[in-house]
Design a protein around this ligand. Structure first.
Ligand SMILES: NC(=O)c1ccc[n+]([C@@H]2O[C@H](COP(=O)([O-])OP(=O)(O)OC[C@H]3O[C@@H](n4cnc5c(N)ncnc54)[C@H](OP(=O)(O)O)[C@@H]3O)[C@@H](O)[C@H]2O)c1
Length: 260
């Protein structure tokens, strides 16, 4: 199959490209560095022509309405002009419909844009990747303390497993219309303090004492109430956070993406 991966040079998209290639498919990475700019639509029609599936993984956390949402709209418009539109598999975030965080709202808007386009679409919502959970645990550690919003928990997931599941969806038969696949999450939910302790131990530091601040405002309340957690029907899998962490450099680099 010929499968276009938007954001195919990114952390998740790159893994999807490698996984599809390993399975013998033609995976085409589409982003600005290959001449496809979702913010203005440049190069999109040409790359989508003849595609069997599209994995939409491009994102801009700073300009999500321009890249994620307008990008999804443009992908839908471009595919609708084709005699047999490709199946779109779009990555989204667990809780994007329940937490009023602007980036989450944009992910929900991207889903809606594809639903309105009327092309065969599978939405796959995933929880935070392990690297993001670890980064947040590091950032929220201040000396001997770690800060948690109330009793916030998260259930981070292995990015390689998410990439493999996206590849599974992209190579499966296209649905008749718009569907949401089961949410993807890692095997375990952790209290924010427990994640900080795991990261501190990995870095060779004493476990920090957790200071719990009250959840002020809708967004923080949403996280403190667990609206970022997957539902009971979620599909769980991939490496547990501890196994992923053990494979990372020590101390953990304070950056978003990890090499494995
Ligand atoms: N991180 C998490 O915990 C998490 C959890 C659940 C879901 N997700 C979702 O997973 C997806 C991928 O995240 P990621 O962390 O892999 O992102 P990433 O590494 O930042 O990659 C983003 C990609 O988007 C491309 N891009 C940015 N602006 C573009 C534009 N105007 N036109 C075309 N391409 C553009 C970039 O390539 P160029 O610079 O070459 O354009 C880059 O390859 C996102 O949709 C995110 O919402 C992430």
């Amino acid at each position: 199959m010929r499968i276009v991966v938007t954001g195919g040079a990114g952390d998740l998209g790159g893994r999807v490209v490698r996984e599809l290639t390993r399975r013998g498919h033609e995976a085409v990475a589409a982003s600005r560095r290959s001449g496809v700019d979702l913010a203005i639509g440049a190069g999109l029609d040409a790359v989508l022509d003849g595609a069997d599936a599209v994995v939409h993984s491009a994102t801009s956390p700073r300009r999500p309405q321009t890249v994620d949402v307008a990008g999804a709209t443009r992908i839908g418009e471009s595919l609708r002009r084709l005699a047999s539109p490709a199946h779109v598999v779009s990555i989204s975030i667990v809780g994007c419909d329940r937490i009023a965080y602007p980036y989450y709202r944009a992910k929900l808007d991207s889903e809606t844009a594809l639903e309105r386009a009327g092309v065969p679409t599978t939405i796959v919502r995933a929880t935070q990747f392990h690297s993001l959970a670890a980064l947040l645990a590091s950032v929220l550690r201040v000396g001997p303390l770690s800060v948690s919003v109330g009793h916030m928990r998260s259930q981070p997931v292995d990015i390689d497993w998410v990439a493999a599941r996206l590849a599974d969806h992209a190579t499966a038969a296209a649905p008749d219309g718009f569907v949401r696949a089961r949410e993807l999450a890692g095997p375990t939910a952790y209290d924010a303090g427990a994640l900080s302790a795991l990261v501190a131990e990995h870095d060779g530091r004493r476990p920090p004492r957790t200071v719990r601040i009250p959840p002020v405002g809708k967004v923080l309340r949403g996280f403190a109430e667990g609206r970022n957690l997957p539902g009971p029907e979620a599909e769980t899998g991939g490496r547990p956070f501890e196994d992923w962490l053990a494979a990372q450099p020590r101390p953990l680099p304070r950056r978003m993406h990890s090499p494995t």
